[in-house]
Design a protein around this ligand. Structure first.
Ligand SMILES: Cc1ncc(COP(=O)(O)O)c(C=O)c1O
Length: 303
């Protein structure tokens, strides 16, 4: 996660100097907001995937948290992301903007000032190349996903990710690679940092947006499925529907598209990424590297 320079409120600071004070309310109460974005190598140089949509979600997350007078527009942040990539001479990287608070320690948001840092680093697929080939082994977590009237499920607030961390750590210690998290009503919500899809008799299903993050990869998959003539539906899904699915796959900026080979020791389909998962993953990989009409729509070129 190393880079030469990190953008901190308009200044490109050397990595070691990009620090935040111990008494920041963000550290004590989890009141920070982040994004995860990827820049890919294309024949026309590095390009950021759906940058404006990510930054729009960043600004909306901050709005949901209740920050007033946030001083940055999407366009200002877009320029800052480009400056960060260029300053570090990256062709492909993961980009992490973070809004954090400066001000006296306390629970009154109005006493603090929002600040923004943007880091970038070279980073392969989050769950690894092998997982993309074989699919991941998952469990259904005993932890419940965020309740929309407690945690603000449409906002990437740092504190929300304590739930993700509990789920992920338990999954890894139990010998699984990821976990399905059910919502407060017992239906499938999402994973620790990914949305979830299942395929049954040729139809692709994904949970509605009610209690999950509006994933940008999720949205891209729904569009690519339509382009490929594959029917999609948003529907409530139960854990046993996953057990008998022909295919299950998960999606996110960090992980990209990854098939699921088993859930709770039940083999999913053939126990490897299925044909629809592979078709969508191939279409996605082509777009992020600059091929096809969607790439013109979705890629934002750095130079
Ligand atoms: C909880 C959660 N769900 C889903 C996603 C996938 O969203 P995206 O595809 O925009 O990265 C993420 C990652 O940002 C996430 O943190």
């Amino acid at each position: 996660m190393k880079s030469d320079l990190i953008w901190m409120d308009g200044e490109l600071k050397p990595y070691e100097q990009a620090t935040v004070h111990f008494l920041s309310p963000s550290l004590h109460y989890g009141v920070a907001v982040f994004e995860g974005i990827r820049c890919y190598q294309t024949p026309r140089g590095p390009a950021v995937f759906r940058l404006r949509e990510h930054l729009q979600r960043f600004v909306e997350s901050i709005h949901i948290l209740g920050i007033q007078d946030f001083p940055y527009s999407v366009e200002m942040l877009r320029q800052a992301v480009f400056d960060t990539i260029k300053a570090n001479h990256f062709n492909e990287c993961y980009i992490r903007p973070l809004m954090y608070l400066k001000g006296p320690l306390g629970l009154n948001l109005d006493n603090s000032r929002p600040c923004v840092g943007i880091a970038a680093w070279e980073w392969g697929p989050y769950l690894g190349e092998e997982a993309k080939r074989t699919g991941v082994n998952m469990m259904v977590s005993s932890f419940t996903r965020l309740h929309p009237n407690i945690n603000m499920t449409k906002s990437k607030v740092a504190g929300n990710y304590v739930n993700s961390l509990l789920v992920k750590t338990l999954a890894l210690r139990s010998g699984y690679e990821e976990a399905v998290i059910l919502n407060a009503n017992g239906f499938v919500a999402e994973c620790t940092g990914e949305n979830l899809f299942m395929v049954r008799r040729g139809v692709i299903y994904t949970p509605p947006l009610s209690t999950v993050l509006e994933g940008i990869t999720r949205d891209s998959i729904l569009a690519l499925a339509a382009d490929l003539g594959l029917p999609t539906r948003e529907a409530m899904i139960t854990r046993d529907q996953l057990y008998i699915a022909d295919e299950v796959f998960i999606s996110g900026t960090a992980a990209e598209i990854v098939g699921v080979r088993a859930i709770d020791t039940r083999k999913i389909g053939e126990g490897k990424p299925g044909p629809i998962t592979c078709a969508l993953s191939e279409a996605f990989t082509a777009v992020i590297h600059g091929e096809g009409s969607r790439s013109t729509e979705w890629l934002d070129f750095v130079h």
